[in-house]
Design a protein around this ligand. Structure first.
Ligand code: FE2
Ligand code: FE2
Length: 319
């Protein structure tokens, strides 16, 4: 296991002495968040047996690792079942690492955001993220097979959790990382073969939908006030984040674990039409959010097309 990652930050901690409700919608979301708390230890039935490697046959897997082996897959038929389990373990491990990233980034928000409405909501999100870390780490333990944090994910989490600009934390975590996680949950993880991960996914997805809503509420209109240079910095950040998040799905670690030459596996992940569709679908909601915030610039669109995350016709921009 890799050693702990330690990062210095130049964060500005802000106290607000104004305790009045300035944003009723955020306070409403905070109330919803408090009412929707659950307990990872008691609200999930952890008793179903889970045996890594048992034949999955036609049981549904998470999208991205289809039940039936495509004829052109680089994975030999004899390793297909192992590949599906490895992919499941890899994805569950990455969710776990992403949840810790969300916990730390949101802790930073509590300190740095200006208003008390946002501080309170962010604090309640931290309690959600603690549960998510607890649930996924217990699940990965049950699987008995885990993966270290993917380098591209680690790089984005480190950038986001240490940025001194609070709007970048919202963009990186609430809009992108949590938006993508929510999309994957909805695209198929919720229908996975395993009853325990189905329960975890259902409960976590409910929280993540609120977290994405939090980011969108907090950022309303914020970027309209920024200078051209500041907007250009946001465009650069979003380009880098999209690159890192699409890189995560080249699955290097999975190919390596299954014994497929990594370059062959990566080429397959980049070119296979189903994988490409999966990445585009996963990004489509996130891009809609970025568009809504007025940040889907021509430069960003061009970059997303180069990464094959957007079709040539794509979503249309507000500006
Ligand atoms: Fe989470
Ligand atoms: Fe979250």
């Amino acid at each position: 296991m890799a050693g702990p990652l330690k990062l210095g930050t130049g964060a500005v901690t802000r106290f607000s002495w104004d305790y009045s409700t300035r944003d009723p919608q955020l306070r409403e979301l905070y109330e919803k968040g408090k009412a929707a708390q659950w307990n990872a230890a008691t609200d999930i039935d952890w008793s179903p047996e889970l045996h890594f490697g048992v034949p999955l046959d036609d049981l549904p897997n998470t999208i991205g690792a289809r039940n039936r082996r495509p004829l052109d897959s680089p994975v030999p038929p004899g390793l297909w079942n192992d590949y599906r389990w490895q992919y499941h373990s890899w994805l569950s491990s990455q969710f776990l690492h992403g949840e810790q990233g969300a916990l730390l980034a949101t802790a930073r928000l509590v300190e740095t955001v200006p208003s008390i409405d946002e501080k309170l909501y962010a604090a309640s999100q931290m309690a959600d993220e603690a549960r998510h870390v607890e649930a996924f780490s217990r699940y990965v333990d049950l699987l008995g097979v885990s993966y270290p944090v993917n380098p591209a994910l680690e790089s984005l989490l480190a950038d986001v959790a240490t940025d001194h600009r609070w709007d970048i934390i919202y963009l990186g975590m609430q809009v992108i990382v949590e938006g993508l996680a929510l999309a994957i949950f909805r695209l198929g993880h919720a229908a996975s073969f395993d009853p325990i991960i189905r329960q975890i996914t259902r409960l976590v997805a409910r929280d993540e939908a609120r977290h994405v809503a939090f980011g969108m509420l907090a950022l309303r209109g914020y970027h309209d006030e920024l200078s051209g240079a500041e907007r250009a910095e946001r465009e650069e950040f979003l380009k880098e984040a999209a690159l890192l998040m699409s890189r995560r799905f080249r699955l290097e670690e999975v190919w390596d674990r299954v014994g497929i030459p990594v370059d062959v596996g990566v080429e397959y992940a980049l070119t296979d039409p189903d994988f490409r569709d999966f990445r585009r679908l996963m990004f489509s909601k996130v891009l809609a959010s970025i568009n809504k915030l007025g940040l889907l610039t021509d430069g960003l669109r061009e970059h997303l097309r180069e990464l094959a995350l957007m079709r040539p016709t794509g979503v249309s921009g507000r500006r």
